[in-house]
Each structure stands twice: as C-alpha cells, then as structure tokens.
Design a binder for this molecule. Structure first.
Ligand code: GLU
Length: 473
C-alpha cells in the first residue's frame, strides 16, 4: 500500500477493483476499456426560484453503459456530490445490474443540494426542473434511462418526476415506466421501499447459511444470534436492521451522523427510531452507551457490520481496528480499495455492495415491468391459484377422511398477492446471484474475495452482451 492510494477518488477505487478482476478474464483490452468508461456524462446547471430566492443549481446524469437499454440508476440529492462520485455510482449500477441479471445498463444522477435546507415546495420545483433538463436532452424515458430514488430522494420525488415526464409526453402510454420507486398509488410496486434492506437480509442469510464459510470465520451458521452494527438509519439501514432483527440477529449498535449507540444486549430498531424522532438524536437511548464520534462505532465488537450510509466509511485509517468478521455493504462504495486489502489480510469477509444492495434495482425492474404491462402482479392468477388449492384440499379430504381446519385452509389455499410475488422474485434473485459469485470465488484460489468474483461475473456478462451485439468480435 502506498500513500498515493489513499488519495484515489471514488471512481478510481471502483476502477481499481475492475482492473484487478479483469485479470481473471480473457477479454481484449479495447472491450475492457469500453466496459469501464462512462459512455455519456451530462453535467448541467439550471435556474430555480425557491423560498430562498433565485438560485442556480448544478445537476448531473451519467449513463455509464449502453450494452443494454434502458440504463438505470437513482438520483442523489446531496450538497457534497461531485462528478466523480456520480460516475463511480453509475459504473457500480452497470455491474450491479449485471450481477443480479437485471437487463439494464448503469446510470446515476445527482442534484447538488441539501434537501433538508429547503421547503417541500422548493424540492418539488427543483425536481421538476431537473426532470425537464433530462427530457430536453433525452436522458429520461422508459426505453432510454429510468431514474429511481437514491440518498436524499424517495417516492415523493419519483412521483413528481413521473408527472413531469407525462406532462411533456402527452398520450405516451408507457410514461409511468420512465422512473421507478414511485408511491404505490402512483404506479409503484409493493415492496419497493423496503427492497434494498430486504435484499441485504436475503444476501446475508445466504452467506451465513454456508457452514463451511462460517467455520472459516469462526462463526456458527445462520443469521440468528449474530451481533450486528448498522451505520445509517435511512431507508436502507433501517430496513436492513429491521429484517436482521426479525431474522433473529441482535442489533447491538446503530450509528447516525450525530453519533452512535451501543448495547451488547440488543437495541430495538423501532424504539430507537421513535426515540430519535422525539428527541432529535439517536444519543441518550435508555440502556445504551453513547458514541458521539460516530465513526468510532464501526470499530465496536460485533459479528456483522452493515455500513448503509455513504461511500468511503471504512478506510485505511480505521480498517485495522474493525472487529466485525463480516462486512455487509448496504451503501455503495463504503469500503476503500486500501481498506479492503487490510480486511482481507485479517480474514474478514466483505459482501460487496454491487451484489448486496442490488435488491433495490431488482424490485425497480419489477416495477418497470408492471408499468409496461399495465397490470398489477397477481391480478390475473391470484383467485385461480386459490381455487386450485381449494379443490386439491377438498380432494384430499375426500380421499383421507381428514377435515382441514379453517386456519389450515387459509394458510394453504392462498393465491399470491403482488407483495408475495415481489418478495419471492427478490429472494430468488439474491439467492441465485450469491451462489453465482461464490462459485466464481471458489473456482480459483487466486481470486481473493467476493468483490473480485462479483466484478468478474459482471465483466463477463457485459462483455457477452457487447459480443452478442456484434460490436466486438
Ligand atoms: N439508487 C439505488 C441503487 O443505488 C436504486 C437504483 C434503481 O432502483 O434504479 O441501487
């Protein structure tokens, strides 16, 4: 490790991981260059009149890879954002979609603004104007580029984007498919909000379910009983913590920007959220120890650390002191390449972002399909399934003389609702993608970790798409 590495930008970090993995593939240099670079970078400024007066804001939309269309990725609202960050996040979207077989290229957008400093009406004006700038340059559309929520944005912003796009495209029948992560009443799909957190839990369940891998880490198989620290109580962190808790894990630490709390006996997520809402801070939660320096909490005793806030939280600086055996990357890019080398030497298992937080885009894909088909999942078959199960139970009763109780009947003779189908599709996606990347990891002793394996998987899939398109031999 050299000092120069410490200064690698986020995008350079992503590319360093890419280069490391590409050594395990046999693609020509030109093809690798085409996969790695950003196909298009749109950087713009736009004027808005907000409650603070007249302002000029900066926006980006980066379309990283056109090997599949539309391209896909969220829009980040943060005043710390810069072009390098949007490029890195767009690239990660390409690899993420490839790893979980979601047929999109990668993209990412950003508005350099701190939404907490503005009125809701200001955010609406900013969002609609940003959307108009995307429309102007054909950087949004159901078959072109489909944004979604990211840090600082949510279903409300997505509804404004869909409405603005529809207003500029009257009569366009698929207009709602121009953006995902919308409220359910506005064309969204059930289960999208919690999808990233639920996907993290499914990924952890699969990883922790492997007895051999757990034995190497000195852990018992299963999520149940594992001690977890979560950084970030936003949509991703909150849901990851909640599903882990429901799955029997003990959430011992929670960190937010104002500080962190730790209790070896466990913290109840909803009580902590309630306490934070009431007091304005996560600190001073009954029975927990306070850590006003939030980064310190990443180094506390636990089995699984879930960074679910922003990029570059685990660095060369704190990696040597991390005690977790598993780092489950909920955020995009929370571990720097230098930190990863240190963790690897310590025998820590890092479950990489581009796989582990892909639940969000997976369910976005389901939402997009729903919008294109104009029908709710389960609408056609729910009753049909239910009556088929009913008939089967009836036949069993006739044959055996046994009578099923009302509650047995309700449990068995049930047709799938939209939420059941979304969650089942998500679990299937996360489980099979984990096994794909684990298999690559174990196929060659020189492949150091799951991240490299995930990159190899992604590079091969994107390369295959380019070769199939006839662009490369
Ligand atoms: N912003 C999310 C991510 O980083 C979701 C992207 C999407 O659903 O398109 O994966």
């Amino acid at each position: 490790m050299s000092n120069s590495m410490e200064t690698l930008s986020f995008f350079e970090n992503v590319n360093r991981n890419f280069d490391r993995a590409s050594q395990f593939t046999s693609h020509p240099k030109g093809l690798l260059e085409q996969i790695k670079g950003c196909n298009s970078v749109y950087s713009f400024q736009f004027p808005v009149r907000t409650s603070k007066g007249f302002q000029v804001l900066h926006g980006w939309r980066v379309e990283h890879s056109y090997h599949k269309l539309p391209v896909k990725g969220g829009i980040r609202y943060a005043d710390s954002v810069d072009e390098d960050e949007v490029k890195a996040l767009a690239a990660l979207m390409t690899y993420k979609c490839a790893v979980v077989d979601v047929p999109f290229g990668g993209a990412k957008g950003a508005i350099k603004v701190n939404p907490k400093e503005y009125e809701v009406t200001d955010i609406e004006v900013i969002t609609r104007r940003y959307t108009a700038e995307l429309i102007r340059k054909n950087y949004i559309g159901p078959g072109v580029d489909v944004p979604a929520p990211d840090y600082g944005s949510g279903p409300r912003e997505m509804a404004w984007i869909a409405d603005t796009y529809a207003a500029f495209n009257p009569g366009k029948i698929d207009a709602l498919a121009c953006v995902t992560g919308k409220p359910v009443a506005e064309g969204g799909v059930r289960g999208r909000t919690e999808a990233t957190g639920r996907g993290i839990f499914f990924g952890l369940k699969e990883a922790c379910g492997n007895a051999e891998d757990m034995r190497i880490l000195g852990l018992t198989p299963g999520v149940s009983g594992k001690r977890v620290i979560v950084q970030g109580l936003g949509n991703v962190g909150y849901h990851a913590a909640k599903f882990c808790q429901e799955g029997g894990a003990v959430v011992v630490g929670l960190a937010e920007y104002e500080g962190a709390i730790y209790n070896p006996n466990g913290l109840d997520i909803d009580s902590v959220v309630k306490h934070r809402k009431e007091t304005g801070s996560i600190l001073k939660f009954p029975g927990a120890k306070d850590y006003p320096n939030t980064l310190e909490s990443l180094e506390l005793d636990c089995d699984i650390l879930i960074p679910a806030a922003l990029e570059r939280q685990i660095t060369e600086g704190n990696a040597p002191r991390i005690k977790a055996k598993i780092i489950a990357e909920g955020a995009n890019g929370p571990t720097t390449a230098d930190a990863e080398e240190i963790l690897l030497k310590k025998g820590v298992m890092v479950i990489p972002d581009m796989y582990l937080n892909a639940g969000g885009v997976t369910v976005s894909y389901f939402e997009w399909l729903k919008n294109l088909s104009h029908v709710r999942f389960g609408r056609m078959d729910k009753r049909f399934e239910q009556s088929a199960f009913d008939k089967m139970l009836h036949a069993l009763e006739q044959a055996t003389g046994k009578t099923f109780s009302e509650s047995e009947r309700n449990q068995i003779a049930k047709g799938a609702d939209e939420i059941d189908l979304v969650n089942s599709g998500l679990e299937e996606t996360m489980t099979s993608a984990y096994n794909q990347i684990r298999e690559i990891w174990k196929s060659d002793s020189r492949i150091p970790d799951l991240r490299t394996a995930a990159f190899i998987s992604a590079i091969n899939k994107v390369a295959t798409a380019y070769i199939e398109l006839g662009i490369f031999p």
